[in-house]
Write a protein that binds this ligand. Sequence first.
Ligand SMILES: C[S@@+](CC[C@H](N)C(=O)[O-])C[C@H]1O[C@@H](n2cnc3c(N)ncnc32)[C@H](O)[C@@H]1O
Length: 258
Amino acid sequence: MLKDWLIEVKVELYNDNFQNFKSYQLPRAQLLIADIPYNLGNNAYASSNQWYVDGDNTKGESDKANKQFFDTDKNFNIVEFMHFANRMLIKEPKETGKAPAMIVFSSFQQMPMVAAYGEKYGFKHSFPMVFVKDTSPQVLKANMKVVGATEYATVLYRDKLPKFNNNGEMIFNWMRWGRDGKEIPKVHPTQKPQGVLERLIEIFTDRGDVVIDPVAGSGSTLRAAASLGREAYGFEIKKDFYKAAKEKMLLDIQPSLF
Ligand SMILES: C[S@@+](CC[C@H](N)C(=O)[O-])C[C@H]1O[C@@H](n2cnc3c(N)ncnc32)[C@H](O)[C@@H]1O
């Protein structure tokens, strides 16, 4: 429980498969953020220098070569995920400017698949978001190559336009991917930066709204949501990540200044 100067917000992370959500009495969410496993099979580290010992390709392949990021990647089922999203987002409100949204981080290649499955589950609309980095993990033999320095997400919604908080200004579909400072514990290989998560949460929700992340990893979404006075719930199937999230990421959350 994070005590803010205005309200108390609930923060709960469950060490379980999100498909078991019915066992938990979660409130419906205004915003769902999910960074879905990339299902890259045995090439998860192909764009990372961790493929090689000490990140040095002259030293040979490391134990990460030909490995998946997570042995839980295979547990992720996009159909079950869309079913979860449909059940756990608030129903379409009568008023305009209050509808819920879902943000799905994925690889570029997964984006059409995310939009297509979303449509089958009632998320008729979607648009892409691009996040721009000033570094690239694809550093190996990078001379004379175009290297990846972007991240991607798809924003999905059902009928009415989602809540957009930007003082009536337009919102570009790209954002800078700022890096976390030392005050944010690093507990997951694909951890999303607090600044990006906070910006998205500020746009699509108000204080007191509920944010859910069904594949929470480090608990970064929950931390960002709680620090902004939003209720936050998440699932993480892997015990190690769950423990690290509880012991590091979700301890000592400070309300952000706003
Ligand atoms: C890409 S990572 C999320 C990283 C997270 N966005 C962060 O910033 O730390 C996906 C996570 O989902 C978890 N996961 C995969 N399938 C799951 C499931 N069915 N239920 C709950 N968690 C799952 C994996 O263990 C992994 O930690």
